[in-house]
Design a protein around this ligand. Sequence first.
Ligand code: IMP
Length: 425
Amino acid sequence: MSIASVIGMQWGDEGKGKIVDLLSSECDIVVRYQGGSNAGHTVIIGDEKFVLHLIPSGILHPKVKCVIGNGVVLDPMLLLKEMDELTKRGIKIKGRLFISERCHLVFQYHKWLDTLSEKSLGKSKIGTTGRGIGPAYVDKYNRTGIRLMDLYEPKRLLEKVKINLAEKNIYFRALHSKTGIDSGAIYKESLFYARRLKPYVTDTRLFIRRMMDAKIRVLFEGAQGTLLNIDHGTYPFVTSSHSDATGISAGSGIPPSSITNVIGILKAYTTRVGEGPFPTEQDNPIGECLRKEGGEFGATTGRPRRCGWLDMVAAKYAVELNGVSQIVITKLDVLSILKSIKVAVAYKYKGRVYRDFPADLNTLKNCEPVYRTLPGWQSSLRGIRKYRDFPLNTRRYLEYIEKKLGVPIKIISIGPERTQTIDKR
Ligand code: IMP
């Protein structure tokens, strides 16, 4: 039995969508277990581009079944839109998508709260995607959230909606509108979602369990990345879920001991969207060059991504936290333009050298990265199909990463297409 997971080792946007799509051809079920429509996974197949926010990228493989686990906060309106769009493009959803009855729901008012909270934070804003993720998780942990299963108990649903809105309406009435949010309208909207989503709602923990018993291959698809993890990331500049391997068990109901392979996705350089510390950021022509070459604009919000050098301090932290057993390097082709490439190996702050990722935000914000400079290769990689055909300096860059992290590189991605992928094993 193989239970693998694909985890972003940086601040998200490592190119997980393409890798999940590739690995899906070797598995039977793909499971999302955290986050929500803040994620944006881009997959390019021939001339077609798919951007998926909630449905696992495995849906693009006709034989693969997809699960949205209990840890996901689900925006039903966006999910239905995504389902309709995929159906229009000839992708079959019925009988292939399974959504946990335990998923908490995201409504429009969660998105308003997200925006209002960012406004009130002013200069200290987090730079969220505005998808209502934080407020929906607040409801979940406050134990006032609406779960998908609640939609199928109309008598209790209205009561739950009223409870959920009680505190919020005090806030909305004071700040936003005189009337607040109408619980009756939310109730009606919920019944619409209940009808449309009914064929897909199930006990996904049990579904995955049965599949595991039948020795079926499962792939867990992480959204965002390790450094955006609510506990271990650069708090408070993080998302509101466990966006790494530590969230798999809680967000799907499978035991932690059953995960056999953690595949870490590491972009050949670093990017970040939103606010927060980023020690190797290059707010200069190098950063601009990476953004342009790498097309570094958010798939969900379209925001330009901040760009910088590969950070081995952060990558080592991600290896340790997730128990990464194999690495996939993405967007290596983007570096082809550079004469030399820097890699951070430590941070210096107030006379101290840090080789382990610090928890303190001030240290991360004000530290000086210690760089090692490696020679570039300055030739296109996009047509290469075998590892041995890489220029010597490209192989040296990859072997340096492997050695420093003590984890083998499994796959190298050198372009957005499925074919622009090299299996190093
Ligand atoms: P939220 O998840 O929308 O609350 O945003 C919190 C932080 O996580 C912000 O810095 C976002 O830019 C970042 N974030 C959320 N989702 C993604 C993602 O899929 N890729 C990269 N960053 C993300």
